[in-house]
Ligand binder design. Sequence first.
Ligand code: UDX
Ligand code: UDX
Length: 456
Amino acid sequence: MKVTIIGAGYVGLVTGTGLAGLGHTVVCVDTDPRRVGAIENGKAPFFEPGLDELLAKARASGKLSASTSLRDSLKDADVSIIAVGTPSNDDGIDLKYIRAAAREIGEQLKSLGRFHVVTVKSTVVPMTTDTVVRQELEAASGLLAGRDFGLAMNPEFLREGCAVEDFTNPDRIVLGALDARSHEILAQMYAGFSCPMLKTTPRNAEMIKYTSNALLAALISFSNEIAQVCETIPGLDESVVMEGVHLDRRWWVDTGQGNRKHPGAVTYLRAGVGFGGSCFPKDVKAIFEFAQAQGAAMPLLESVLTINEERANRIVAILERQVGSLNGKRIAVLGLAFKPDTDDVRESPGMKIAADLARRGARVVTHDPIVTAEIATANLGPGVTHEASATAAVAGADAAIIATSWDEYKRLDWTAIARSMRNAVILDGRQVIKPVDLPAGAKVLTIGKHVGEART
Ligand code: UDX
Ligand code: UDX
């Protein structure tokens, strides 16, 4: 099958590379010529574990190419997948890139000479595909969706940092199509997978994506709220509380034939410095605003957002109570990526905490295993120092905050770190330091535990 992907961001490129791996012939189209150049050279333009290898393979097999020309790339294509960005604006999400992509595809539809399925993969609120996108396509082509060309919405469930694994081993494929032929063609495109495939309408597919992300974000804010209560009461520990909650058999995984297995890790119930990234904050806000415009209030999701937005302030306030005025203090922030195994800093809690500390006059020193000094400075300004190692960042510091649960931080010699600090106060915002590694002589504040119980 020949597939054209529009927008080679992390979603578009991972999807395109994965489809090429399944044997399809894929062209990734992007307006950014540097991105296109990098892909043509077999190099991912951003960090995503396993992607460079998969990309190199796809390039070597001749199944994947990249281009800035949508027109040329659509020639003979069976399916186009729109994966351009959907930034937030005052009214919710900005559809200008989606509209532009739909218009441009629409202009080519007549000349394709074959049935073509236009598929929206970017996260869009319900009714976008079958109204906005449909209108753009029909107006530009003079054709009718569902009859002359196919139209579908196929959400992505790719977590950054494990997007390649999520693509190659999906838990579900949701195909929201306007017409039966599109369902069939997209099912063929994903024929290599054995996971459940849900065939539904574009509107349900759009809502499934938002509901999935809103539920996960709600679990995180719920955990952070429980942690806030635990922090006020001696003896409580949020991580133990959640472990107990998670032993409920209703959370167990069905392994077939009536057998169930405990999933082990407590997922999305980990309290921390809040959720970030390109999806949760934007998606929860978008569905909340969409529902409000429809006259359906979502007070639960409003609280999910408020709890998350206040998280960075709360973390800084906890620290301030320990070290006094932050003005002039050297504070190390470990972790600028919004989660481990990515260099993405969009809506990153670590960035927010560093910016807040700097605003309060602290001398902020940051570290991240892959986020570069250039990115740190571009986000935080030249007043913030970025160090190449965690040990250099914490040396001589009055306090340190762990904002991302990088494995590297789990393996650090925390006793040596504490010794190198001027004042050994460590706020473990991601429950990274194992109890056995707690450094003697340091004050370690763990999210979800009473502050008075900090080990000293
Ligand atoms: C995007 C959407 O923002 C998100 O809603 C969805 O769930 C997944 O896809 P992401 O892949 O992270 O997320 O987007 P981003 O990294 O911003 O990449 C978008 C790409 O599209 C960029 O490479 C950009 O250059 C390209 N683009 C954008 C175009 O090719 N054409 C345009 O008109 C606009
Ligand atoms: C998310 C969804 O998981 C994915 O299905 C969707 O398609 C895109 O959005 P992603 O944003 O890449 O993926 O990361 P995820 O691992 O879900 O984490 C998001 C944020 O929540 C991170 O900042 C993470 O640190 C935080 N988080 C996650 C918590 O604070 N606690 C948790 O228990 C889990």
